[in-house]
Design a protein around this ligand. Structure first.
Ligand code: SF4
Ligand code: SF4
Length: 467
């Protein structure tokens, strides 16, 4: 090791990779990676971006395939409408998602960050390529940044930031389409600006936010802001698969001298793995919080190994145990426990979605009301019903007493007609013969019928006189 490398080996954990010794921002000029893993990520990223931008336009049965309207509490997944009353499905879905992420992190480290996270996908497959296209290679970018403000610099910077703003604008609009639906977004765009000042203001804020993230904040999101990045260290263990440098094979590192007998390890200290790293770390220092698992260093090192006719894989996907002992990947008890939990949650979620009602009824006695004695020895109770129609069609509904003879008398309405995607609220009297009421509180069942077919049975209580 050179003196500089020795010093680095002692001090690299003193601060995050994108901060200088004096605490200033260290701008990362990452080389463009090329190779097998980068290609795999590229294919996945293009598929991901296509899905992200196209999804709001996809409709099934005139319903968006996916819409997450947090403003109105209305969610559409796989063209099925979910309401706040379906909260349990969402709670289970969220828990499943978190367990999935935890399991993935325990087994595969930061695979999510490198392959799926929108921050990485947008940064590495939209904004950084724009930068390479407009400003050239990292060394050219550095030269422009450090050079004077001449016509070329002004032109390049203006064009780059214009493209950055354009894509940030597109991303902000796409997110809005996921919230309001594409039809609403198109209407907003077509209508006069003054009719949607609030939304336009929100859009501008979000566009500027995305722009700031991709033009300036960049790697700081992964190394400092993202809570998931901070949490990883508690999820990793020695069996976690991650991007690792094989120090047994690589050390002691030393420059390659053509023709000379090599006494050192396979690492030739070319620093290609560092130059491609988007967070600016040296993977040879071991597992670091800043590593987002982007595979760029694997490709860079494999390229070097190939050109020297060394075996590839000096940097590769491997667990700490695999590197130290040479043993193959081991699915440990913690991983098995998470997998079982994940399986149970997935089954529960699928069962809940499959058995989810399209019409949901809540019936209760009107608070503060007792019973009324009616002519003809009838006892009457006042009830209120809230019926949610989660479908896209109008539904006629009737209510009927199931376990006892009696009459349902709707107040103000002759029929219950539920409008599409709406919550109907109704009040009705239930009249039962006094002879059939044998207790202060009688359990009753009310059937909810749609076109003569029972869709739900509601259990409640009917109040009678003290006996
Ligand atoms: S160390 Fe390698 S995998 Fe980790 S962020 Fe840097 S280039 Fe990507
Ligand atoms: S790219 Fe490979 S050979 Fe070059 S410094 Fe990194 S680990 Fe060593």
């Amino acid at each position: 090791m050179t003196d500089e490398e020795l010093l680095h080996a002692e001090t690299f954990r003193d601060r995050v990779s994108n901060v200088t010794e004096k605490g200033h921002r260290k701008w990362i000029y990452a080389l463009q990676p090329k190779g097998k893993w980068t290609n795999y990520r590229k294919y996945l990223a293009y598929f991901y971006l296509l899905t992200f931008f196209a999804m709001p336009f996809v409709k099934v049965n005139d319903l968006p395939f996916m819409m997450i309207n947090i403003l109105e509490g209305k969610f559409i997944l796989f063209s099925k409408i979910f309401w706040p009353q379906d909260f349990f499905i969402f709670a289970i879905a969220m828990i499943t998602f978190i367990v999935f992420i935890v399991l993935f992190t325990v087994v595969f480290g930061r695979l999510f960050c490198g392959w799926v996270c929108p921050q990485t996908i947008f940064m590495e497959f939209i904004f950084r390529p724009i930068e390479w296209m407009v400003e050239g290679s990292p060394s050219q970018q550095k030269k422009i940044n450090e050079g004077p403000w001449n016509a070329v610099k002004i032109l390049k910077k203006t064009f780059k930031h214009f493209l950055f703003l354009l894509f940030s604008f597109a991303i902000a609009h796409t997110f809005l389409a996921y919230i309001l639906g594409i039809d609403e977004v198109v209407t907003i765009i077509k209508e006069p600006l003054e009719d949607h000042v609030g939304l336009m203001f929100g859009l501008i804020i979000f566009t500027l936010l995305f722009y700031a993230v991709y033009a300036y904040v960049r790697d700081i999101v992964c190394t400092t802001i993202c809570p998931y990045g901070r949490l990883q260290s508690v999820m990793f263990d020695k069996d976690t698969m991650q991007i690792s440098y094989d120090y047994n094979r690589g050390e002691p590192r030393g420059k390659f001298k053509k023709g000379a007998e090599r006494k050192e390890g396979d690492c030739i200290s070319c620093l290609k793995c560092v130059q491609v790293c988007p967070t600016g770390i040296d993977i040879r220092d071991g597992i670091q919080m800043e590593c987002i698992g982007c595979t760029a260093c694997i490709d860079a090192c494999n390229d070097v190994m190939e050109s020297l006719k060394f075996e590839k894989g000096l940097i590769r996907y491997a667990s700490e145990n695999e590197i130290t002992t040479g043993k193959k990947f081991h699915f440990n008890t913690r991983m098995k426990a998470y997998t079982v939990l994940l399986g149970i949650l997935l089954i529960t979620m699928v069962a809940m979605i499959a058995t989810r009602k399209t019409v949901d009824t809540f019936i209760s006695r009107v608070k503060g009301q007792l019973y009324q004695e009616m002519p003809g020895e009838q006892i009457s109770n006042l009830f209120e019903a809230k019926i949610i129609n989660k479908t896209r069609e109008e539904i006629p509904v009737t209510l009927q007493l199931e376990n006892i003879k009696g009459t349902v008398k709707l107040i103000g309405n002759q029929n219950i007609i539920l409008k599409k995607e709406s919550i109907g609220e109704f009040t009705f009297f239930l009249e039962i013969s006094a002879n059939d009421i044998k207790a202060r509180s009688t359990p009753i069942k009310i059937g909810v019928y749609r076109n003569g077919e029972k869709i739900q049975t509601i259990k409640t209580k009917f109040l009678g006189p003290f006996l």
